[in-house]
Design a binder for this molecule. Structure first.
Ligand SMILES: [Zn+2]
Length: 290
């Protein structure tokens, strides 16, 4: 999420768990094992009932974030397994630490190498990162002037590497609150209503991938993309145009298809249509720079 200070990025991320589906028993067992091994299970607590939400500060060390230590311990990425990892002020995290997020984002595990062996911790989390659009924070704010030079903005944004940005599915701009209120977009959707839509979309995915599969749209490989994300001629044209004009990577191309599939599922549509594709392209905000 990119937006000026006070736009509600932190508030939005805090509300996100309220629309996520409840933990399944298998997921609960996985997360409970991690918490138990880390000695973080409250006494008398048998199972974790809710998706974990972790929000480490940008001053957290590498081992604290991704795991490590002499006796390897699970880090925040593993404590957020099957839940949410919220990183506020994303560019303030040391770049070297941010780069270590690439493996868990890609593979859902984190490997900690030691002299004679290596240990793998599960780390399949949803990453939510928030950042200002520039060092002063007001570049995208229509009401406050930005004091940053183009060079300062470039330097600030380049703290997040291209490959890492590429691995984040959805980039959205969060406008300042007064602007949102002026637009009067209060359609009254509450967490319970949206939560139901999410559950419906999950059901559609179970029908697609099979009852016993834990696969979600976001994990589709190229074979499934070809099978389940067929788009119409208009959508094909849009995607082609976005690829050439914005210079998107192959990875971004596949992400757009997966996101478009999810937008179609949320709308209860069997087929991916061109407006789903165009909405998905809008969520690749950082591919075309600010
Ligand atoms: Zn600025």
């Amino acid at each position: 999420m990119i937006g000026p200070p006070g736009a509600g990025k932190t508030m939005l991320s805090k509300r996100l768990p309220t629309i996520l589906p409840p933990l399944t028993l298998a997921e609960s067992l996985e997360t409970t094992r991690i918490y138990s091994a880390a000695g973080k299970l409250a006494s008398g607590q048998a199972l974790l009932a809710r998706r974990p939400v972790r929000s480490p500060h940008h001053s957290a060390s590498g081992p604290a974030l991704v795991g490590g230590g002499t006796i390897p311990q699970a880090g925040e990425v593993s404590l957020a397994h099957r839940g949410l990892l919220f990183l506020d002020e994303f560019p303030e995290f040391p770049r070297a630490i941010l780069e270590t997020l690439r493996q868990p984002l890609e593979e859902g595990v984190v490997t900690i190498a030691r002299a004679h062996s290596s240990i793998e911790f599960p780390a399949r989390f949803m990453l939510v990162a928030a950042m200002n659009p520039c060092p002063c924070g007001y570049f995208t704010d229509p009401n406050k002037p930005c004091k940053c030079s183009p060079h300062q903005i470039d330097k600030y944004l380049s703290r997040i590497s291209g490959p890492l940005i590429d691995r984040i599915d959805i980039h959205i701009e969060v406008p300042p609150v007064p602007y949102r209120e002026l637009r009067g977009r209060r359609d009254g959707s509450d967490s319970a209503t949206i939560g139901e839509q999410v559950l419906d979309a999950r059901r559609a995915q179970r029908r697609r991938f099979g009852d016993h599969s834990t696969m979600l749209n976001g994990q589709m490989g190229s074979r499934q993309l070809r099978k389940f994300c067929k788009i119409d001629e208009a959508g094909e044209q849009l995607l082609k145009q976005a690829l050439t004009e914005l210079g998107l990577s192959a990875r971004a191309h596949d992400k757009i298809l997966r996101i478009a599939r999810t937008i179609a599922d949320l709308a209860g549509e069997e087929n991916v249509q061109s407006d789903h594709v165009s909405e998905a392209i809008m969520y690749r905000r950082l591919d075309r720079q600010l």
